[in-house]
Design a protein around this ligand. Structure first.
Ligand SMILES: Nc1nc2c(ncn2[C@@H]2O[C@H](COP(=O)(O)OP(=O)(O)OP(=O)(O)O)[C@@H](O)[C@H]2O)c(=O)[nH]1
Length: 827
């Protein structure tokens, strides 16, 4: 498992570019978009520690000398490692972004300077406040905000202050920039506190802080005046924030931040990105460039007003989710490893047994109960549906079960399924199936997966492995318990009081019922008669049928149900959101349609109009548009990195989309929307059957590989095909002019002798006089005596006319040649 450079940067409070620079120094290959492994991240972290620790130690010694009573050691919390970060990423736990800290100036150094100025103050204050502090619980002191940061980002300081644990006026939590939360002992806390206070006072901090410190009339400044100033400053700060649309081209960005285009392109180059003015910048680059140019930007989505899901999330925020809900589980794994059998066994033992005689209805998802707790299973095994839904922005699965047959071991689709779960940040449980078989070897499965970093808990790893048999039912209870345990850890919650948000799992058109869809409610309660919008369609809930075929009045969070009442058949992965009225539902669906079309258009323009314009402007620069799909993020980055290098003055590769996961219909649609059509390159992934059919229909080429070099070689071949063929000259003959005849109305005919080679009628010719080429043209005619001939060989005489040239003289040499086209080769 690798960590994105941007995440490492966030954790270290650095810019991505700075991390890349350090990485370079340490000989680690990294770009701001790439990922590095945890050991490399640790190296970078250690490098920074080593760079900064001497100062810390120096400072500490000084403090000890000056203030004898200050204690020696700070109690430190456990250092967070990047392994933790990776584990968290694998578990799907969100990485919390730390407050950014200006790193260029080590904070300790700055504190040191201030310390000398404030020594008397410390002593004074210490005496007064010592008692109080000793009584107080261990205090957290926040790292002082640096001067530069304070001056530049007043608003940010307000936020910092709001987030600080302010116990007393100036007592704040100090965060070590290298992940150590430092809780200082009392005297140290006192000293830090005094330093912090003095420092804050010494600096021109935000007015808000000054107001806090000053008495209303202190220094002749009235409260009102401060407020006024504060308001003005705030306004100024607000004015400095430049709003940048999420999808912005390089030249638009340059205009917005008021920087010369060349500077922006150069900055990108320094970041290892060869971009031209019409290329789109990703959000990551917008942020990095903004940091680079020292401007505050706010990235926004101009189409967000149409985003009904986002609006729902603002209305029903996750912070208000308060009631536990059942986990939603998807089963994935290699073909024939027993996904369907396992789903059936779980259903039959749990659902049918419970509802004696009840006929289960296949609606695309079902619920089982274990010890009074519910679990919802999505009834479509395989990761295609999972990924397709994710590609549509709907992540419905909470937990994945990766089925591995104990008699077959880890297979390509096992790895693929794991990659999908990891890419989606969905925690997974390994179900080692078919343990009833005599040749079952569950330990082999464990060791194979451990080699991939998926180590079982019993071997000291992080992953739950459960031995099961979909045939005998052995281990099924264990598996359900493990799911519930995982769910408990995840604290899956929802707010049933909200109006509903659900995800479409399956849909169809049914006779008599019209469009029907199976949905799983993610939040809120879905009720009969609710008006809803669902992707490009809308409707009102008419019928609700559960997985046992029973009619219901409502569906609670985490539960599946089949519903009717759609205007049109929705698409799996569409998000259904309940709205106030049919009218709003219809309007919202229409707006959503616009949203999708605009989005698609922006993608299309990216690869069509712009490219055409560019090709015209830049001569013949041709692009090979490709879509890259691979099994892991690491592979995606590696392939993109290699493809970026494939360019020359004539051609380059344009990766219009890349992602982890199977090749889906969406990829085909995107490839088709690109002009010229993109080629889809799959590395260790295959197209879904839907994608295969669509590609056939639309004439889109999908190429799949399992060796990166093959992929690169193939792309080189494709680039060669785009390049203009090379023209090679081949000299055919050397001819001496021995006589010249001027033929009225015809022109000058040179009487020649072929010294070497063979002259052909269609040859090109250079007239050479005294060793200098004085004319370059074609043969207008080639004759032997009075007859036109096709060719004349060495040692023969012939009559030659040079096209457009009548000044041939005796003694001139004519060099005849042919132009041969040679297919260009991309090297
Ligand atoms: N002995 C034994 N056979 C099993 C077990 N689980 C599944 N099988 C058999 O393995 C074969 C494949 O099982 P499926 O459930 O169709 O596998 P799948 O992963 O859903 O396969 P696809 O849908 O084709 O990807 C069937 O013949 C099952 O009867 C098990 O636990 N023990």
């Amino acid at each position: 498992m690798k960590i994105k450079v941007s995440e490492v940067a966030k954790e270290l409070g650095l810019k991505s570019k700075e991390v890349v620079e350090i990485a370079k120094e340490l000989g680690i290959k990294a770009t701001i978009r790439s990922s590095i492994d945890p050991m490399e991240a640790m190296k970078i972290q250690e490098y920074l520690n080593a760079k900064n620790n001497p100062q810390k130690e120096e400072k500490k010694e000084k403090v000890v000398e000056e203030k004898k009573e200050i204690k020696e050691e700070k109690p430190r919390r456990r250092r967070r490692s990047f392994d933790d970060l990776v584990k968290k990423t694998q578990k799907g736990i969100q990485i919390v972004q730390r407050a950014k800290v200006e790193k260029k100036e080590p904070p300790k150094e700055e504190v040191k300077v201030k310390e000398e100025e404030i020594k008397p103050a410390i002593k004074e204050e210490k005496k007064i406040e010592e008692k109080e502090i000793k009584k107080a619980p261990p205090k957290k002191v926040k790292k002082p905000v640096l001067k530069k940061q304070v001056e530049e980002k007043e608003l940010k300081i307000d936020v910092d202050l709001a987030e600080m644990d302010v116990i007393e006026e100036n007592q704040v939590e100090l965060l070590d920039m290298y992940f150590n939360d430092i809780s200082l002992k009392d005297d140290e806390a006192l000293e830090e506190k005094a330093k912090t206070k003095t420092k804050i006072e010494n600096q021109k901090v935000s007015k808000k802080q000054q107001v806090k410190k000053r008495k209303p009339t202190e220094g002749g400044i009235t409260k009102q005046a401060i407020k006024k100033k504060k308001k003005k400053k705030k306004k100024e700060a607000e004015a400095e924030i430049i709003k940048i649309p999420k999808e912005v081209r390089v030249h638009e960005f340059a205009d917005l931040v008021k920087k010369p285009l060349e500077e922006v392109i150069e900055a990108l180059r320094e970041l290892g990105e060869e971009r031209d003015k019409n290329d789109f910048l990703g959000e990551e680059y917008i942020e990095t460039l903004a940091e680079e140019f020292g401007v505050d930007v706010e990235i926004y989505d101009p189409l967000a007003e149409f985003d009904y899901v986002k609006k729902y999330e603002e209305k029903c925020p996750e912070s208000e989710y308060n009631t536990p809900r059942p986990p939603i589980v998807t089963i994935m794994g290699h073909v024939d490893h027993g996904k369907t059998s396992l789903l059936d066994k779980i259903r039959n033992t749990r659902v049918a047994a419970k509802e004696a005689g009840g006929i289960t209805q296949h609606i695309g998802a079902y619920m089982v109960e274990k010890d009074g707790q519910k679990i919802t299973f999505i009834d479509t095994p395989g990761h295609e549906a999972f990924t397709e839904m994710r590609a549509r922005g709907a992540q419905v699965t909470d937990i994945a079960i990766i089925v591995v047959a104990a008699d077959d071991g880890v297979m390509p689709q096992t790895r693929e399924a794991i990659a999908h779960a990891q890419a989606a940040n969905v925690p997974f449980i390994i179900a080692v199936n078919k343990i009833d078989k005599p040749d079952a070897n569950p330990d082999l499965v464990k060791s194979q997966l451990a080699e991939m970093g998926i180590t079982p808990i019993e071997w000291g790893g992080e992953y739950e492995f459960v031995n099961v048999s979909a045939k005998t039912g052995e281990g099924i209870d264990d598996l359900l318990e493990t799911i519930l345990l995982q769910a408990e850890m995840m604290e899956l919650k929802a707010n049933p009081k909200c109006h509903a948000k659900a995800v479409v799992i399956e849909s169809k058109l049914e006779k008599g019922k019209g469009p029907v869809a199976t949905v799983i409610v993610k939040n809120g309660t879905l009720k009969k008669q609710d008006s809803f919008v669902c992707g490009k369609t809308f409707g009102r809930v008419r019928l609700i049928i559960d997985d046992l075929g029973k009619q219901k009045k409502e569906v609670l969070p985490g539960e599946p149900a089949e519903i009717t009442g759609f205007d049109e058949v929705p698409i799996a992965g569409d998000v259904l959101v309940v709205v106030e009225s049919d009218k709003i539902a219809k309007e919202t669906a229409e707006k959503w349609k616009e949203y999708l079309e605009a989005k698609e258009k922006s993608k299309t323009t990216k690869a069509t109009l712009e490219d055409l314009q560019k090709m015209i402007l830049e001569g013949n620069l041709k692009k090979l548009p490709v879509i890259v799909k691979a099994d892991t993020q690491g592979s995606v980055e590696a392939i993109k990195g290699s493809l970026a290098k494939l360019k020359n003055e004539e051609v380059k590769v344009d990766v219009i989309h890349s992602d982890v996961g199977a090749i889906t219909e969406n990829d085909v649609i995107l490839a088709k929307a690109t002009e010229p059509h993109a080629i889809i390159l799959g590395f260790n992934v295959r197209p879904t059957s839907g994608a295969k059919n669509k590609a056939k229909q639309e004439g889109i080429e999908i190429r799949t590989y399992s060796i990166i070099y093959d992929l690169i070689d193939d792309v080189k071949e494709l680039l060669s095909g785009l390049m203009t063929p090379k023209i090679k000259e081949e000299i055919t003959a050397t001819v001496e002019v021995r006589e010249v005849f001027n033929v009225p109305k015809v022109g000058t005919v040179a009487g020649c002798y072929v010294q070497d080679g063979v002259v052909h009628r269609g040859d090109y010719v250079r007239v050479i006089r005294d060793g200098v080429v004085i004319y370059d043209s074609k043969l207008a005619s080639l004759k032997r005596f009075k007859d036109d001939v096709k060719e004349v060989g060495k040692g023969f005489e012939c009559g030659i006319m040079v096209e457009g040239y009548n000044d041939v003289k005796v003694g001139d040499i004519l060099e005849t040649y042919q132009k041969i086209e040679e297919k260009a080769k991309f090297e």
